[in-house]
Ligand binder design. Structure first.
Ligand SMILES: NC(=O)C1=CN([C@@H]2O[C@H](COP(=O)(O)OP(=O)(O)OC[C@H]3O[C@@H](n4cnc5c(N)ncnc54)[C@H](OP(=O)(O)O)[C@@H]3O)[C@@H](O)[C@H]2O)C=CC1
Ligand SMILES: CC(=O)N[C@@H](CCC(=O)OP(=O)(O)O)C(=O)O
Length: 322
C-alpha cells in the first residue's frame, strides 16, 4: 500500500449515535475511506441524506454477518449494542479474513487476546494486534483522571459520573427518554457497572463508580474522590498531571474544574479542579469528555491511525486551547 493509497473502512452499526460520528470523521480523513456503512433501518438510503459531512454516493446497506468478509474492507468498526460483536467476529474468522477490527462495545474489553486501546495509557502495549477493543466512555474519563495518581493512592477511588443521554444509545429506554429526564438526574447501576470493573482491571486499583444520566444530550463528567497515602500540596498534584499529559494533544489539564457544556463536540478530555482537603490526604479531580467523541468515535480513530502506522491524531480536528 503506497503512502497515499486509501484505506477502506466498513462500519457495522452506522445508524447509531457513535456510527454517525464515525461517518463524520471518516468523511474528512486523508487516508480512510468508507467502504460500506451498515444499518438495517436505513438500508438503501443515501448517506448524504443523514450526514452533513459526507459527500459521496454511498448508501447504507444491511449485509448479513456472513457477507461482511466478502466486502473487502481493510478495517471494520463494530458500533453495535453490547452482545452483538461476537457473531460478526466469528464470521470473519470462519471466512479466514483478518481485517483490523475495532469493537466499540464492552464485549472484548476483558479479553487478553484483544488490544485495549486507550492510547494515552496503553499505546506502549500496541504491537500490531488486529483486534482492538475500544474503552467505555466513562471508563476513558475515569482512567485518565485517576492514572497519574496511581502510585499515591490509599484505598478505593470513588467516581461520581453524570452522562448526557446519548450515552444510552438509540434503543428507547428511561435513560434516553427526554420526557423522563426533564428536570431530572437519573441514578442507575450504582454498584457493579461494567465500567467499574473495566477501570479497576485496567488501573489495577479498586474504583467505585456511581453513574447518573442527565437531560443534556452529549458530554459526561466524572468527579473522582482520591484518598492519598501521604499528604500532598495542590502544586505537587497539578505538576503530576501536567507532566503526565504534557505531550498529549487529546488531554488538557486545566486549573479549574471543567464544565461539561464546554466539551460537547470537542475531541479531547479536560481534567481539572484538583481540590485538596485541609490535611492534604483527599484529592478531588474532575474530568469531562464528549462521550461520543473521545469516549467512542475519536478514540476509535486514534486506534485505527495507530494500527495503520499513521500519526495518532490524523483526521481529528483539534481546536486550540482557549
Ligand atoms: N453512546 C455512547 O456514548 C457510547 C457508546 N459506546 C458503545 O458503542 C456502541 C454503539 O453505541 P451507540 O451508537 O450509542 O448505539 P445506538 O443504539 O445509537 O446504535 C446501535 C447501532 O447498532 C445497530 N443495531 C441495533 N440493534 C442491532 C442488532 N440487534 N443487530 C445488529 N445491529 C443492531 C443500529 O442500527 P440498525 O438498527 O439500523 O441496524 C445502530 O446502528 C455500543 O456498544 C455502545 O455501548 C461506547 C462508548 C460511548
Ligand atoms: C448513559 C448510559 O447509559 N451510558 C452507558 C455507557 C455508554 C458506554 O460507554 O457504553 P459501553 O460500555 O456499553 O460501550 C451505560 O452506562 O451503559
Amino acid at each position: 500500500m503506497s503512502d497515499s493509497s486509501p484505506i477502506r473502512v466498513g462500519i457495522v452499526g452506522a445508524r447509531g449515535h457513535v456510527g454517525a460520528e464515525l461517518i463524520r470523521l471518516f468523511a474528512t480523513h486523508p487516508r480512510f475511506t468508507l467502504a460500506y456503512v451498515g444499518s438495517r433501518e436505513l438500508a438503501g438510503q443515501r448517506v448524504v441524506d443523514h450526514s452533513d459531512a459526507y459527500k459521496g454516493d454511498l448508501r447504507y446497506t444491511s449485509p448479513t454477518n456472513a457477507e461482511l468478509p466478502t466486502l473487502g474492507a481493510d478495517a471494520v468498526v463494530l458500533a453495535l449494542p453490547n452482545g452483538k460483536a461476537a457473531d460478526c467476529v466469528a464470521a470473519f474468522d470462519a471466512a479466514g479474513a483478518d481485517p483490523v477490527i475495532i469493537d466499540l462495545s464492552a464485549d472484548y474489553r476483558f479479553e487478553d487476546g484483544w488490544y485495549y486501546g486507550l492510547p494515552e495509557l496503553t499505546r506502549d502495549r500496541y504491537a500490531g494486534q488486529r483486534r482492538i477493543s475500544n474503552p467505555g466512555c466513562y471508563a476513558t474519563a475515569m482512567q485518565l483522571a485517576v492514572a497519574p495518581m496511581r502510585a499515591h493512592l490509599d484505598g478505593a477511588v470513588q467516581c461520581f459520573g453524570v452522562s448526557g443521554y446519548s450515552g444510552a444509545g438509540t434503543t428507547p429506554s428511561d435513560k434516553n427518554d427526554p420526557d423522563k429526564l426533564r428536570d431530572n438526574l437519573m441514578p442507575y447501576a450504582l454498584t457493579g457497572h461494567i465500567h467499574e470493573r473495566e477501570v479497576t482491571r485496567q488501573l489495577g486499583h479498586a474504583i467505585e463508580f456511581m453513574p447518573h444520566v442527565a437531560p443534556h444530550f452529549r458530554g459526561l463528567t466524572i468527579t473522582a474522590n482520591l484518598h492519598l497515602s501521604a499528604p500532598m500540596t495542590r502544586d505537587q498534584v497539578v505538576a503530576i498531571y501536567r507532566d503526565a499529559y504534557a505531550d498529549e494533544p487529546l488531554v488538557r489539564v486545566l486549573d479549574e474544574a471543567p464544565w461539561v457544556s464546554r466539551i460537547a463536540g470537542r475531541h479531547h478530555v479536560e481534567i481539572g479542579g484538583f481540590a485538596l482537603s485541609d490535611d492534604g490526604r483527599r484529592l478531588v479531580v474532575v474530568s469531562t469528555e464528549d462521550n461520543l467523541l473521545k469516549g467512542a468515535a475519536t478514540q476509535a480513530l486514534q486506534n485505527l491511525n495507530l494500527a495503520f502506522g499513521l500519526a495518532e491524531t490524523t483526521g481529528i480536528p483539534l481546536v486550540a486551547a482557549s
